[in-house]
Design a protein around this ligand. Structure first.
Ligand SMILES: Nc1ncnc2c1ncn2[C@@H]1O[C@H](COP(=O)(O)OP(=O)(O)OP(=O)(O)O)[C@@H](O)[C@H]1O
Length: 454
Protein backbone atom coordinates (compact mmCIF):
# COMPACT_ATOMS: atom_id res chain seq x y z
CA UNK A 1 0.00 0.00 0.00
CA UNK A 2 1.22 3.50 -0.83
CA UNK A 3 2.04 5.72 2.11
CA UNK A 4 0.00 8.49 0.63
CA UNK A 5 -3.04 9.33 2.70
CA UNK A 6 -6.06 10.83 0.93
CA UNK A 7 -9.05 12.47 2.59
CA UNK A 8 -12.24 12.20 0.53
CA UNK A 9 -14.89 14.77 1.43
CA UNK A 10 -18.25 14.11 -0.19
CA UNK A 11 -21.74 14.28 1.31
CA UNK A 12 -23.32 11.81 -1.10
CA UNK A 13 -22.81 8.43 0.51
CA UNK A 14 -22.75 6.41 -2.73
CA UNK A 15 -20.40 8.75 -4.55
CA UNK A 16 -18.09 8.80 -1.57
CA UNK A 17 -18.01 5.02 -1.34
CA UNK A 18 -17.23 4.79 -5.06
CA UNK A 19 -14.37 7.30 -4.90
CA UNK A 20 -12.94 5.64 -1.78
CA UNK A 21 -13.09 2.23 -3.48
CA UNK A 22 -11.23 3.48 -6.55
CA UNK A 23 -8.53 5.06 -4.41
CA UNK A 24 -8.20 2.10 -2.06
CA UNK A 25 -7.89 -0.27 -5.02
CA UNK A 26 -5.10 1.96 -6.30
CA UNK A 27 -3.28 1.37 -3.03
CA UNK A 28 -3.94 4.71 -1.38
CA UNK A 29 -4.72 4.98 2.31
CA UNK A 30 -8.13 6.61 2.41
CA UNK A 31 -10.13 8.42 5.08
CA UNK A 32 -13.59 9.83 4.46
CA UNK A 33 -15.67 12.75 5.69
CA UNK A 34 -19.19 13.79 4.78
CA UNK A 35 -18.96 17.50 5.63
CA UNK A 36 -16.47 20.34 6.00
CA UNK A 37 -16.67 20.30 9.80
CA UNK A 38 -15.81 16.60 10.02
CA UNK A 39 -13.01 17.08 7.48
CA UNK A 40 -11.47 19.86 9.59
CA UNK A 41 -11.55 17.68 12.71
CA UNK A 42 -9.77 14.91 10.79
CA UNK A 43 -7.19 17.34 9.37
CA UNK A 44 -6.39 18.44 12.91
CA UNK A 45 -5.71 14.83 13.89
CA UNK A 46 -3.98 13.42 10.80
CA UNK A 47 -1.58 14.51 8.12
CA UNK A 48 -3.14 14.05 4.70
CA UNK A 49 -1.20 14.17 1.46
CA UNK A 50 -4.17 15.11 -0.69
CA UNK A 51 -7.72 16.23 0.02
CA UNK A 52 -10.30 15.43 -2.62
CA UNK A 53 -13.39 17.50 -1.95
CA UNK A 54 -16.76 17.93 -3.56
CA UNK A 55 -17.83 21.50 -4.31
CA UNK A 56 -21.20 21.48 -2.59
CA UNK A 57 -21.13 20.22 0.97
CA UNK A 58 -24.36 21.08 2.82
CA UNK A 59 -24.34 24.75 3.79
CA UNK A 60 -20.64 25.07 3.04
CA UNK A 61 -18.51 24.45 -0.06
CA UNK A 62 -15.21 22.85 -0.92
CA UNK A 63 -13.80 26.40 -1.11
CA UNK A 64 -14.41 26.87 2.63
CA UNK A 65 -12.40 23.71 3.21
CA UNK A 66 -9.73 24.80 0.71
CA UNK A 67 -9.35 28.12 2.55
CA UNK A 68 -8.91 26.31 5.84
CA UNK A 69 -6.34 23.96 4.32
CA UNK A 70 -4.32 26.66 2.61
CA UNK A 71 -4.21 28.59 5.88
CA UNK A 72 -3.40 25.72 8.21
CA UNK A 73 -1.66 22.98 6.22
CA UNK A 74 -0.53 24.82 3.07
CA UNK A 75 1.54 21.96 1.67
CA UNK A 76 -1.38 19.54 1.37
CA UNK A 77 -2.51 18.70 -2.16
CA UNK A 78 -6.07 19.71 -2.98
CA UNK A 79 -8.46 18.75 -5.75
CA UNK A 80 -12.01 19.96 -6.04
CA UNK A 81 -14.81 18.23 -7.94
CA UNK A 82 -17.09 20.64 -9.76
CA UNK A 83 -20.50 20.04 -11.29
CA UNK A 84 -20.53 19.82 -15.08
CA UNK A 85 -20.51 23.26 -16.74
CA UNK A 86 -19.76 25.29 -13.59
CA UNK A 87 -16.52 26.72 -14.89
CA UNK A 88 -16.72 29.66 -12.45
CA UNK A 89 -16.28 27.19 -9.59
CA UNK A 90 -13.21 25.72 -11.25
CA UNK A 91 -11.74 29.19 -11.75
CA UNK A 92 -12.45 30.17 -8.15
CA UNK A 93 -10.89 26.94 -6.89
CA UNK A 94 -7.70 27.48 -8.91
CA UNK A 95 -7.52 31.09 -7.80
CA UNK A 96 -7.80 30.04 -4.17
CA UNK A 97 -4.95 27.57 -4.56
CA UNK A 98 -6.51 24.24 -5.49
CA UNK A 99 -3.99 22.10 -7.39
CA UNK A 100 -6.59 20.95 -9.90
CA UNK A 101 -10.31 20.57 -10.47
CA UNK A 102 -12.25 17.67 -11.85
CA UNK A 103 -15.53 18.27 -13.65
CA UNK A 104 -18.23 15.71 -12.85
CA UNK A 105 -18.95 13.12 -14.05
CA UNK A 106 -15.41 11.84 -14.13
CA UNK A 107 -13.83 8.54 -14.94
CA UNK A 108 -11.69 6.43 -12.68
CA UNK A 109 -8.52 7.26 -14.61
CA UNK A 110 -9.22 10.98 -14.51
CA UNK A 111 -9.65 10.84 -10.74
CA UNK A 112 -6.37 8.98 -10.33
CA UNK A 113 -4.51 11.40 -12.59
CA UNK A 114 -5.64 14.48 -10.67
CA UNK A 115 -4.69 12.82 -7.39
CA UNK A 116 -1.23 12.09 -8.81
CA UNK A 117 -0.95 15.69 -9.98
CA UNK A 118 -1.88 16.99 -6.54
CA UNK A 119 0.64 14.64 -4.93
CA UNK A 120 3.32 15.96 -7.24
CA UNK A 121 2.35 19.55 -6.46
CA UNK A 122 2.51 18.74 -2.75
CA UNK A 123 5.94 17.19 -3.12
CA UNK A 124 7.27 20.22 -4.98
CA UNK A 125 5.80 22.54 -2.38
CA UNK A 126 7.54 20.53 0.35
CA UNK A 127 10.85 20.75 -1.48
CA UNK A 128 10.30 24.43 -2.03
CA UNK A 129 9.49 25.04 1.60
CA UNK A 130 13.15 24.55 2.39
CA UNK A 131 13.88 27.34 -0.03
CA UNK A 132 10.72 29.23 0.77
CA UNK A 133 12.28 32.40 2.09
CA UNK A 134 14.46 32.59 -0.99
CA UNK A 135 11.64 31.45 -3.22
CA UNK A 136 9.16 34.18 -2.40
CA UNK A 137 11.95 36.69 -2.82
CA UNK A 138 12.89 35.00 -6.07
CA UNK A 139 9.35 35.02 -7.45
CA UNK A 140 9.18 38.75 -6.85
CA UNK A 141 12.54 39.26 -8.34
CA UNK A 142 12.18 37.27 -11.47
CA UNK A 143 8.70 38.34 -12.36
CA UNK A 144 7.64 34.91 -13.52
CA UNK A 145 4.06 34.30 -12.49
CA UNK A 146 2.76 30.76 -12.08
CA UNK A 147 2.19 28.15 -9.41
CA UNK A 148 1.73 25.04 -11.54
CA UNK A 149 4.05 22.16 -10.63
CA UNK A 150 5.87 22.50 -13.95
CA UNK A 151 6.64 26.15 -13.10
CA UNK A 152 7.76 25.19 -9.61
CA UNK A 153 10.20 22.84 -11.30
CA UNK A 154 11.47 25.76 -13.43
CA UNK A 155 11.95 27.93 -10.32
CA UNK A 156 13.91 25.14 -8.68
CA UNK A 157 16.16 24.76 -11.70
CA UNK A 158 16.76 28.50 -11.84
CA UNK A 159 17.50 28.54 -8.17
CA UNK A 160 19.99 25.70 -8.42
CA UNK A 161 21.99 26.96 -11.36
CA UNK A 162 21.80 30.73 -10.99
CA UNK A 163 24.76 30.91 -8.62
CA UNK A 164 26.98 28.90 -10.97
CA UNK A 165 28.61 29.94 -14.22
CA UNK A 166 27.08 27.02 -16.13
CA UNK A 167 25.91 27.63 -19.66
CA UNK A 168 22.13 27.27 -19.81
CA UNK A 169 19.93 26.40 -22.75
CA UNK A 170 16.32 27.53 -22.34
CA UNK A 171 13.84 25.68 -24.51
CA UNK A 172 10.20 26.41 -25.11
CA UNK A 173 7.64 27.75 -27.54
CA UNK A 174 7.57 31.43 -28.37
CA UNK A 175 6.11 33.59 -25.61
CA UNK A 176 6.63 31.10 -22.78
CA UNK A 177 8.93 33.39 -20.82
CA UNK A 178 12.39 32.24 -21.96
CA UNK A 179 13.83 35.73 -21.76
CA UNK A 180 12.27 36.31 -18.34
CA UNK A 181 13.88 33.08 -17.14
CA UNK A 182 17.25 34.19 -18.53
CA UNK A 183 16.94 37.53 -16.73
CA UNK A 184 16.03 35.68 -13.57
CA UNK A 185 19.19 33.59 -13.84
CA UNK A 186 21.24 36.75 -14.19
CA UNK A 187 19.43 38.60 -11.40
CA UNK A 188 20.00 35.75 -8.98
CA UNK A 189 23.68 35.35 -9.83
CA UNK A 190 26.61 37.26 -8.43
CA UNK A 191 26.91 38.91 -11.85
CA UNK A 192 23.72 40.88 -11.22
CA UNK A 193 25.54 44.17 -10.75
CA UNK A 194 27.04 43.75 -14.24
CA UNK A 195 25.36 43.85 -17.62
CA UNK A 196 22.73 41.49 -18.99
CA UNK A 197 22.88 41.81 -22.77
CA UNK A 198 20.12 40.20 -24.81
CA UNK A 199 20.64 39.52 -28.50
CA UNK A 200 18.14 38.11 -30.92
CA UNK A 201 20.33 36.02 -33.21
CA UNK A 202 17.61 35.95 -35.84
CA UNK A 203 17.42 39.73 -36.00
CA UNK A 204 21.02 40.75 -36.77
CA UNK A 205 22.00 41.09 -40.39
CA UNK A 206 24.41 38.34 -41.41
CA UNK A 207 26.93 40.79 -42.86
CA UNK A 208 27.18 42.78 -39.62
CA UNK A 209 26.75 39.96 -37.19
CA UNK A 210 30.39 39.14 -36.51
CA UNK A 211 31.36 42.74 -35.80
CA UNK A 212 28.21 43.21 -33.76
CA UNK A 213 28.91 40.21 -31.51
CA UNK A 214 32.71 40.08 -31.37
CA UNK A 215 33.73 43.62 -32.31
CA UNK A 216 35.92 44.91 -35.15
CA UNK A 217 39.23 46.71 -35.49
CA UNK A 218 39.37 50.07 -37.18
CA UNK A 219 39.38 49.53 -40.96
CA UNK A 220 38.29 45.87 -40.71
CA UNK A 221 35.49 46.59 -43.14
CA UNK A 222 34.33 49.52 -45.21
CA UNK A 223 32.91 52.10 -42.86
CA UNK A 224 34.72 50.81 -39.75
CA UNK A 225 36.23 54.16 -38.89
CA UNK A 226 36.81 53.33 -35.26
CA UNK A 227 37.46 50.22 -33.26
CA UNK A 228 34.11 48.67 -32.39
CA UNK A 229 33.49 46.85 -29.14
CA UNK A 230 31.27 43.80 -29.67
CA UNK A 231 28.42 42.67 -27.43
CA UNK A 232 30.51 39.91 -25.87
CA UNK A 233 33.13 42.39 -24.73
CA UNK A 234 30.43 44.74 -23.48
CA UNK A 235 29.01 41.90 -21.39
CA UNK A 236 32.36 41.11 -19.71
CA UNK A 237 31.73 39.84 -16.17
CA UNK A 238 28.03 39.83 -16.91
CA UNK A 239 25.64 37.64 -18.87
CA UNK A 240 24.91 37.40 -22.56
CA UNK A 241 21.53 36.05 -23.63
CA UNK A 242 21.50 34.62 -27.14
CA UNK A 243 17.85 34.32 -28.11
CA UNK A 244 16.88 32.26 -31.16
CA UNK A 245 20.25 30.54 -31.10
CA UNK A 246 19.04 28.16 -33.83
CA UNK A 247 19.27 31.07 -36.30
CA UNK A 248 23.02 31.58 -35.81
CA UNK A 249 24.99 31.23 -39.04
CA UNK A 250 27.62 28.45 -39.33
CA UNK A 251 30.49 30.92 -39.10
CA UNK A 252 29.11 32.52 -35.93
CA UNK A 253 28.45 29.07 -34.51
CA UNK A 254 32.19 28.41 -34.91
CA UNK A 255 33.08 31.70 -33.15
CA UNK A 256 30.71 30.97 -30.31
CA UNK A 257 32.08 27.45 -29.91
CA UNK A 258 35.58 28.85 -29.64
CA UNK A 259 34.45 31.28 -26.99
CA UNK A 260 32.77 28.51 -24.99
CA UNK A 261 35.87 26.32 -25.24
CA UNK A 262 38.62 28.86 -24.77
CA UNK A 263 36.88 31.81 -23.14
CA UNK A 264 38.43 34.10 -25.76
CA UNK A 265 37.27 36.12 -28.75
CA UNK A 266 39.05 37.90 -31.60
CA UNK A 267 37.72 41.13 -33.02
CA UNK A 268 37.09 41.14 -36.75
CA UNK A 269 40.32 42.15 -38.50
CA UNK A 270 42.55 41.05 -35.64
CA UNK A 271 44.20 37.83 -34.48
CA UNK A 272 44.72 39.03 -30.95
CA UNK A 273 42.80 36.94 -28.49
CA UNK A 274 40.86 38.77 -25.80
CA UNK A 275 40.02 36.81 -22.68
CA UNK A 276 36.50 37.45 -21.36
CA UNK A 277 34.39 36.30 -18.46
CA UNK A 278 30.87 36.12 -19.84
CA UNK A 279 28.16 33.71 -18.86
CA UNK A 280 26.22 32.46 -21.87
CA UNK A 281 22.51 31.71 -21.74
CA UNK A 282 20.93 30.62 -25.01
CA UNK A 283 17.31 30.03 -25.95
CA UNK A 284 15.36 28.64 -28.82
CA UNK A 285 11.84 27.61 -29.75
CA UNK A 286 13.28 25.12 -32.25
CA UNK A 287 14.07 21.47 -31.71
CA UNK A 288 17.86 21.96 -31.68
CA UNK A 289 18.57 18.25 -31.69
CA UNK A 290 16.58 17.96 -34.89
CA UNK A 291 18.54 20.92 -36.28
CA UNK A 292 21.72 19.00 -35.45
CA UNK A 293 20.38 15.91 -37.22
CA UNK A 294 19.42 18.05 -40.22
CA UNK A 295 22.95 19.44 -40.35
CA UNK A 296 21.91 23.03 -39.56
CA UNK A 297 23.45 23.25 -36.12
CA UNK A 298 26.85 22.04 -34.94
CA UNK A 299 26.64 19.06 -32.67
CA UNK A 300 29.69 20.10 -30.61
CA UNK A 301 28.13 23.52 -30.02
CA UNK A 302 24.83 21.94 -29.06
CA UNK A 303 26.52 19.90 -26.32
CA UNK A 304 28.46 22.92 -25.08
CA UNK A 305 25.25 24.93 -24.80
CA UNK A 306 23.07 22.19 -23.42
CA UNK A 307 24.98 21.87 -20.13
CA UNK A 308 21.85 22.74 -18.16
CA UNK A 309 18.60 22.71 -20.14
CA UNK A 310 15.51 24.47 -18.78
CA UNK A 311 12.16 23.70 -20.39
CA UNK A 312 9.60 26.47 -20.28
CA UNK A 313 6.14 24.89 -20.37
CA UNK A 314 3.57 26.02 -22.91
CA UNK A 315 0.66 27.89 -21.36
CA UNK A 316 -1.79 25.16 -22.36
CA UNK A 317 0.26 22.74 -20.27
CA UNK A 318 -0.30 24.79 -17.15
CA UNK A 319 -3.95 25.60 -17.46
CA UNK A 320 -4.27 26.18 -13.73
CA UNK A 321 -2.10 29.30 -14.05
CA UNK A 322 -4.36 30.97 -16.64
CA UNK A 323 -6.71 32.75 -14.18
CA UNK A 324 -3.72 33.78 -12.09
CA UNK A 325 -1.88 35.22 -15.08
CA UNK A 326 -5.02 36.90 -16.40
CA UNK A 327 -5.56 38.65 -13.05
CA UNK A 328 -1.87 39.55 -12.94
CA UNK A 329 -1.94 41.15 -16.39
CA UNK A 330 -5.20 43.01 -15.70
CA UNK A 331 -3.57 44.60 -12.65
CA UNK A 332 -0.28 45.27 -14.46
CA UNK A 333 -1.79 46.79 -17.62
CA UNK A 334 -4.38 48.78 -15.68
CA UNK A 335 -1.54 50.31 -13.68
CA UNK A 336 0.61 50.88 -16.76
CA UNK A 337 -2.14 52.61 -18.74
CA UNK A 338 -3.85 54.13 -15.72
CA UNK A 339 -7.24 52.79 -16.58
CA UNK A 340 -9.71 50.62 -14.74
CA UNK A 341 -10.90 47.40 -16.35
CA UNK A 342 -13.99 45.44 -15.40
CA UNK A 343 -13.19 42.19 -13.61
CA UNK A 344 -13.58 39.15 -15.84
CA UNK A 345 -16.84 37.23 -15.70
CA UNK A 346 -17.05 33.45 -15.66
CA UNK A 347 -17.77 33.27 -19.40
CA UNK A 348 -14.50 35.07 -20.14
CA UNK A 349 -12.57 32.81 -17.78
CA UNK A 350 -14.14 29.82 -19.48
CA UNK A 351 -13.01 31.10 -22.89
CA UNK A 352 -9.48 31.64 -21.56
CA UNK A 353 -9.34 28.17 -20.05
CA UNK A 354 -10.61 26.45 -23.18
CA UNK A 355 -8.35 28.24 -25.63
CA UNK A 356 -5.11 26.52 -26.63
CA UNK A 357 -2.84 29.63 -26.54
CA UNK A 358 -0.51 29.21 -29.52
CA UNK A 359 1.22 32.48 -28.57
CA UNK A 360 1.48 31.44 -24.91
CA UNK A 361 1.84 34.02 -22.12
CA UNK A 362 2.74 36.80 -24.57
CA UNK A 363 -0.59 36.31 -26.34
CA UNK A 364 -2.48 36.34 -23.03
CA UNK A 365 -0.69 39.53 -22.00
CA UNK A 366 -1.43 41.20 -25.36
CA UNK A 367 -5.08 40.23 -25.32
CA UNK A 368 -5.51 41.51 -21.78
CA UNK A 369 -3.72 44.73 -22.65
CA UNK A 370 -6.15 45.36 -25.54
CA UNK A 371 -9.08 44.54 -23.27
CA UNK A 372 -7.82 46.93 -20.59
CA UNK A 373 -7.13 49.75 -23.05
CA UNK A 374 -10.39 49.47 -24.95
CA UNK A 375 -12.46 48.25 -22.02
CA UNK A 376 -14.13 45.84 -24.39
CA UNK A 377 -14.44 42.21 -23.38
CA UNK A 378 -14.75 41.13 -27.03
CA UNK A 379 -11.15 42.22 -27.54
CA UNK A 380 -10.12 39.59 -25.06
CA UNK A 381 -11.81 36.67 -26.74
CA UNK A 382 -11.70 37.87 -30.38
CA UNK A 383 -11.05 35.01 -32.84
CA UNK A 384 -10.79 32.54 -30.04
CA UNK A 385 -13.87 30.49 -30.81
CA UNK A 386 -12.69 29.46 -34.27
CA UNK A 387 -9.41 28.42 -32.71
CA UNK A 388 -10.95 26.90 -29.62
CA UNK A 389 -10.63 23.20 -29.28
CA UNK A 390 -14.16 22.50 -28.15
CA UNK A 391 -15.64 23.37 -31.49
CA UNK A 392 -19.22 22.35 -32.09
CA UNK A 393 -18.63 21.31 -35.64
CA UNK A 394 -18.67 17.57 -35.89
CA UNK A 395 -16.80 17.44 -39.20
CA UNK A 396 -17.02 14.37 -41.36
CA UNK A 397 -17.07 11.18 -39.32
CA UNK A 398 -14.89 8.26 -40.40
CA UNK A 399 -16.78 5.20 -41.61
CA UNK A 400 -16.32 2.22 -39.34
CA UNK A 401 -17.47 -1.29 -40.28
CA UNK A 402 -18.59 -2.88 -37.08
CA UNK A 403 -17.38 -6.52 -36.88
CA UNK A 404 -20.13 -9.03 -36.12
CA UNK A 405 -18.32 -10.66 -33.23
CA UNK A 406 -17.99 -7.32 -31.42
CA UNK A 407 -14.76 -5.54 -30.59
CA UNK A 408 -12.81 -4.08 -27.70
CA UNK A 409 -13.83 -0.44 -27.42
CA UNK A 410 -10.85 0.63 -25.33
CA UNK A 411 -8.39 -0.93 -27.77
CA UNK A 412 -10.21 0.89 -30.58
CA UNK A 413 -10.06 4.22 -28.75
CA UNK A 414 -6.38 3.69 -28.03
CA UNK A 415 -5.72 2.95 -31.69
CA UNK A 416 -7.59 6.10 -32.81
CA UNK A 417 -5.63 8.27 -30.40
CA UNK A 418 -2.30 6.76 -31.37
CA UNK A 419 -3.05 7.09 -35.10
CA UNK A 420 -4.12 10.71 -34.69
CA UNK A 421 -0.95 11.48 -32.82
CA UNK A 422 1.19 9.80 -35.47
CA UNK A 423 -0.70 11.66 -38.16
CA UNK A 424 0.34 14.93 -36.48
CA UNK A 425 3.96 13.83 -35.93
CA UNK A 426 3.44 13.64 -32.18
CA UNK A 427 2.13 17.22 -31.91
CA UNK A 428 -0.43 16.90 -29.12
CA UNK A 429 -1.97 20.33 -29.66
CA UNK A 430 -2.73 19.59 -33.28
CA UNK A 431 -3.94 16.08 -32.49
CA UNK A 432 -6.32 17.36 -29.79
CA UNK A 433 -7.63 20.00 -32.14
CA UNK A 434 -8.13 17.43 -34.87
CA UNK A 435 -10.25 15.33 -32.51
CA UNK A 436 -12.13 18.47 -31.40
CA UNK A 437 -11.19 17.78 -27.83
CA UNK A 438 -9.76 20.08 -25.20
CA UNK A 439 -6.03 19.71 -24.74
CA UNK A 440 -6.58 18.60 -21.18
CA UNK A 441 -9.11 15.92 -22.17
CA UNK A 442 -6.69 14.67 -24.82
CA UNK A 443 -3.84 14.46 -22.31
CA UNK A 444 -6.02 12.53 -19.89
CA UNK A 445 -6.66 9.98 -22.60
CA UNK A 446 -3.01 9.71 -23.59
CA UNK A 447 -2.06 9.07 -20.01
CA UNK A 448 -4.99 6.71 -19.52
CA UNK A 449 -3.85 4.54 -22.42
CA UNK A 450 -0.20 5.08 -21.65
CA UNK A 451 0.45 6.49 -25.11
CA UNK A 452 3.75 8.24 -25.39
CA UNK A 453 3.86 11.10 -27.85
CA UNK A 454 7.57 11.70 -27.75
N1 LIG B 1 5.43 33.27 -16.32
C1 LIG B 1 5.26 34.52 -16.71
N2 LIG B 1 4.79 35.43 -15.84
C2 LIG B 1 4.58 36.71 -16.22
N3 LIG B 1 4.82 37.17 -17.45
C3 LIG B 1 5.30 36.32 -18.35
C4 LIG B 1 5.55 34.95 -18.03
N4 LIG B 1 6.02 34.33 -19.13
C5 LIG B 1 6.07 35.26 -20.09
N5 LIG B 1 5.64 36.45 -19.64
C6 LIG B 1 5.52 37.69 -20.42
O1 LIG B 1 5.22 37.29 -21.75
C7 LIG B 1 5.97 38.02 -22.69
C8 LIG B 1 6.88 37.09 -23.48
O2 LIG B 1 7.89 36.59 -22.63
P1 LIG B 1 9.38 36.30 -23.15
O3 LIG B 1 9.84 37.36 -24.10
O4 LIG B 1 10.24 36.03 -21.96
O5 LIG B 1 9.09 34.95 -23.95
P2 LIG B 1 10.07 34.14 -24.91
O6 LIG B 1 9.80 32.70 -24.63
O7 LIG B 1 11.47 34.63 -24.72
O8 LIG B 1 9.51 34.50 -26.35
P3 LIG B 1 10.28 34.42 -27.78
O9 LIG B 1 10.66 32.98 -27.98
O10 LIG B 1 9.22 34.85 -28.75
O11 LIG B 1 11.45 35.34 -27.69
C9 LIG B 1 6.75 39.05 -21.91
O12 LIG B 1 5.99 40.24 -21.87
C10 LIG B 1 6.84 38.45 -20.53
O13 LIG B 1 6.95 39.44 -19.54
Amino acid sequence: MSNNHILVVEDDHEQRALICDILTLSQYRVTEADCVEQAILLIKEHQFDVIFSDWKLGQLTGIDLLNYVRKNTPLTGFVIATAYGTISHAVEALQQGSDDYLPKPFQRQELLLTIEKALKAKELRSQNQQLSAQLSEQKQLIGLVGKAPCMQAVYQRIDKVSATNATVLILGESGTGKELAARALHERSNRNHRKFIAINCGAIAESLAEAELFGAEKGAYTGANNTKIGRFEAADQGTIFLDEIGELSPSLQAHLLRFLQEGTICRLGSHQEIKLDVRVIAATHRDLQQEVRDGNFREDLFYRLNVVPINMPALRERQQDIPLLADHFIAAHSKQHQCQAEPLNSESYRALLEYHWPGNVRELSNRIERFVLLNDIDELTANMSSETLSSNESGELPQVDLPEQGFNWEAFERQCLANTLDFHQGNRTKAAKYLQMSYKAFLYRLEKFNINSK
